[in-house]
Design a protein around this ligand. Structure first.
Ligand SMILES: Cc1cc2nc3c(=O)[nH]c(=O)nc-3n(C[C@H](O)[C@H](O)[C@H](O)COP(=O)(O)OP(=O)(O)OC[C@H]3O[C@@H](n4cnc5c(N)ncnc54)[C@H](O)[C@@H]3O)c2cc1C
Length: 495
């Protein structure tokens, strides 16, 4: 793949910067319209926000409360398309909104009936009122003191990093060239227009130039840094906000049904959702001054999540129960950055009037396909390419993955054959690529993931032709990374 990116004298139709949901979606869209595409990601696929979501494919119940019906309809349609185009990665999940006050069941019941209605032909199943015993049957660990019943509804759930890899596979099958560990460090212009970039190859430690008819900045929360490579005075459009999740053992929520808390003390929604044999609890929303590649959960977020979850769980969870904690930065576009044209959208498209650099940011995983369609429609015109129609609404996403075998650790679903397969078929280059994003071991059990890091490093070294020095550096780096996820570990946060 990297060899194709380095081809001298090649003029790509598209250079896409960023290998998260947005950039990969654009690569799939543009390549499937028949354009030539090079995608450059400075780390691994989905290393940014796209591996750190709540793992829901949803219409956004909270937008209903804000009266933003158009947004909900669009997201519900995308939810339906994704379930059709990306099985088994995207599937249905039942949620219950438990009621402890007399007004909650009718109030949320009506809201969720509207949600059903808006989904129309893309619906996942009708919402319904449940009596106390039905709620307890679905969620045996629910706090029963004061419980009056609940409302059940259906949404989508997925594995975010695996969907990113599936999109990368799909883009590659459409002949897109994908280069990971290659970050854009400068632009190349002709007549003031951005017509290429300088890429730094983190593995070789050198730089090379690429040329393209149009350059799309799809770097999410990092997009202002890239815009400043084009115009040092560019005003920021991102108002970064951090969200944290805690991962608990499955016995805190043993059934197949998730809990949805519609109104936390800080006015947000919160979820406790069964996922890959664990329970994901999240999320928070705190403004942060800087966009970090590896954001850390803050003590106040951890306290808030445990406190809120424990109001709904009969057996309270403590820090010692947390198997992993992860944080992500929302690429929220400020009202100023959004402009008037896209006020009704969650995402913004911005064309620099001088250089023609196209930036797309905001939105959510659920709507990545629609964002890509919007971006490619504009980019085709900017590039002077033929205006070909989008075909992704009916495009099947390649969800194959390397098969398993004997697990390397009793607590983790990862086998040696998979580690090899991730290197051979899915461009895994570092231990964290395998343990955090090809498999989700780091999120499922940070301490167990740390324990198998040396074995994984040796298997990868065999595949990638690396030596002892690489193994030792990778194990040290992964252990340091995992310590940030293992909040129950020695020396970690303990409220
Ligand atoms: C806490 C939280 C929970 C969420 N939950 C959900 C959910 O349940 N459902 C949902 O639909 N959405 C959810 N979202 C939203 C969703 O995760 C994001 O909208 C989406 O992942 C953003 O993708 P992106 O590709 O724009 O950004 P990113 O995933 O951050 O990708 C940007 C990429 O650009 C790369 N990059 C940066 N600079 C450069 C450079 N100079 N050169 C090359 N590459 C570069 C980065 O390494 C990164 O990989 C959630 C978000 C958060 C924060």
């Amino acid at each position: 793949m990297l060899a194709r990116a380095r081809e001298r004298g090649r003029l790509w139709d598209f250079l896409v910067i960023g290998g998260g949901a947005t950039g990969l979606g654009i690569a799939v869209d543009a390549a499937s319209r028949g354009h030539s595409v090079l995608l450059a990601e400075r780390g691994d696929f989905a290393q940014g926000t796209s591996s750190r979501s709540t793992k829901l494919i949803h219409g956004g119940v909270r937008y209903l409360r804000q009266g933003n019906v158009a947004l909900v309809i669009e997201a519900l349609k995308e939810r339906g398309l994704l379930r059709r185009n990306a099985p088994p990665l995207v599937h249905d999940r039942a949620f219950i909104v438990p009621s402890y006050a007399w007004w909650e069941s009718p109030f949320y019941g009506i809201g969720l009936k509207l949600y059903d209605l808006l989904a129309g032909e893309y619906g996942f199943g009708a919402s319904s009122h449940l009596a106390v015993d039905e709620v307890v049957a679905a969620i045996p660990t629910i706090e029963t003191d004061g419980l009056r019943g609940g409302t059940r509804y259906f949404d989508g759930q997925f594995d975010d990093a695996r969907l990113a890899i599936a999109l990368a596979r799909t883009a590659a099958s459409k002949d897109a060239a994908l280069a990971t560990y290659c970050g854009v460090v400068a632009f190349r212009k002709a007549g003031g227009q951005v017509r290429g970039a300088v890429l730094r190859d983190a593995e070789r430690g050198d730089e090379f130039e690429v040329a393209a008819r149009v350059v799309v900045n799809a770097t999410g929360a990092f997009c202002d840094d890239v815009r400043r490579l084009d115009d040092v005075n560019a005003d920021p459009i991102i108002a970064p906000s951090q969200g944290t999740h805690l991962v608990l053992p499955r016995d805190f929520l043993p059934g197949e049904t998730a809990i949805m808390v519609p109104h936390t003390d800080d006015g947000r929604v919160m979820f406790a959702v069964p996922w890959l044999g664990r329970v994901v609890v999240g999320t928070t929303d705190i403004a942060v001054p800087r966009v970090e590649t590896e954001p850390r959960p803050q003590a106040a977020e951890i306290d808030f999540l445990l406190e809120t979850a424990n109001r709904y769980l009969a057996r309270p969870a403590g820090v010692a129960d947390v198997r992993s904690a992860f944080a992500g930065i929302r690429p929220l576009v400020s009202a100023q950055g959004r402009g008037t044209a896209s006020l009704s959208r969650e995402h913004a498209l911005l064309v620099d009037p001088h250089s023609g650099l196209l930036t797309i940011a905001g939105g959510k995983w659920t709507t990545y396909r629609r964002m890509a369609e919007d971006a490619v429609d504009v980019a085709q015109t900017l590039a002077g390419l033929p205006a070909r129609p989008c075909v992704t609404a009916d495009l099947t996403i390649d969800c194959t993955a390397p098969a398993g075998g004997e697990p390397l650790h009793a607590a983790l679903p990862l086998a040696a054959a998979q580690v090899r397969g991730y290197c051979r078929e899915e461009m895994a280059r570092r231990v964290e690529d395998v343990l955090s994003r090809r498999s989700r071991c780091l999120l499922l059990d940070a301490r167990a993931a740390r324990e198998i890091a040396p074995t994984v490093a040796r298997l990868m070294a065999d595949e990638l032709g690396r030596g002892d020095e690489w193994i030792s550096a990778e194990v040290t780096a992964f252990k340091a990374l995992a310590a940030g996820y293992d909040i129950a570990g020695p020396g970690s946060h303990n409220p």
